[in-house]
Design a protein around this ligand. Structure first.
Ligand code: SF4
Length: 149
């Protein structure tokens, strides 16, 4: 069984109330080969919500307590991101996920790139909080950019 970021299968759960539909990932859902989940919603975030970025490092640093997740206006939302990551890990364990396909660049779901914490659109190599926790526990994680549409 696969787990896929909910926004990639057309659920309007992104911070801006939109989705980022990826057709072939949606097909996997329709074929019942995958389940969808959004760690930020699971952690208690609302839709829409203020954009947030990791300040002071990457997802692993957030897990270690040396970086935080802040919204653009400076609200500390680290605890919600950590909760979402833990619940995604629980889900991956429950469904015995072979692979988790996550939306690139997100402070939760990014698995190769995230925004650099300056809210300027610049990306750096790194993991979001959920991707970091899943990898730490041995789950295979890929990005939608690795899958042909
Ligand atoms: Fe998509 Fe992940 Fe952001 Fe949820 S947390 S909207 S699944 S990128």
């Amino acid at each position: 069984m696969l787990i896929i970021s909910a926004c990639l299968v057309g659920e309007k759960v992104r911070y801006d109330g939109c989705h980022c539909l990826h057709q072939s990932l949606k097909r996997l859902m329709e074929e019942e080969k995958a389940v969808a989940a959004c760690p930020e919603l699971m952690g208690g975030c609302s839709v829409p919500r203020e954009p947030a970025e990791i300040i002071g490092g990457g997802g692993q640093d957030v897990l270690n307590g040396t970086a935080r997740v802040l919204t653009k206006s400076g609200e500390d939302v680290t605890d919600m991101y950590l909760m979402g990551a833990r619940l995604m890990l629980q889900k991956a364990q429950e469904v015995k996920a072979d692979l988790v396909i996550l939306k690139e660049n997100s402070p939760s779901c990014g698995s190769s790139y995230i925004y650099n914490g300056e809210f300027t659109g610049k990306k750096v190599a790194g993991n979001g909080v959920t991707a970091a926790l899943l990898k730490q526990h041995g789950f295979r994680v890929a990005a939608e950019t690795d899958v042909r549409e």
